[in-house]
Write a protein that binds this ligand. Sequence first.
Ligand code: CA
Length: 235
Amino acid sequence: MTAAPAASPKVLIVEDEEPLLFTLAHNLKREGYAVVTASRGDDGLKLAREQKPDLILLDVMLPGIDGIQVCRMLRRDSDVPIIMLTALGGEGDRVAGLDTGADDYIPKPFGMRELMARVRALLRRSGGRAQPDAGTPPLISGDLQVDRERHEVVRNGSVLRMKPKEFELLLFFLQHPGRVFSREQILDEVWGYDFSGGPRTVDVHVRWLRQKVEDDPASPARLRTIRGSGYLFEG
Ligand code: CA
């Protein structure tokens, strides 16, 4: 990790191949960027949240959690520009074909000049600045208003008290209205790598959420159970 003048755009590199990580960091610093590095997916996710980089270079195959998961998790509350670094063997197709939320991807091996050009282009498109803290507008669904930065949910003018996972689950539903998700899919998307329970965990959290967002939690109109399939949130 290196400190650089405050005006330098900050790039987070998440890459477990040491020589590549070193080369990338070296080249970016030479171009005047501030560089932060991680060699595991979970560390990268943590650093992305703490350090608020202006751009992220994200490898796909990583220890901890893979780059695709990291990207998805970041996209829940951030639109930081992300370039995925993909290996041979179809990873590029996978990244391009999946709804990862990455802005660009570049297959390995790549030339540094090309990578630098893409970094510059992407930073230019995003204004070359970190997303301002107050920049994310609230998500609104019916009488619910969700402040993604303050992790606050307001319903009919009062703030709902929520556990962190309840909040994330609600946010997930709000972002995917009208789609049925199985408990396994929800576990994967919302709990992800730090999960240590079973599908029942989802049911419990859904029950808690219903008590907060439904007029009648016993016959939910919003967060519906789809028998044999899972749950669906009516937008
Ligand atoms: Ca790797």
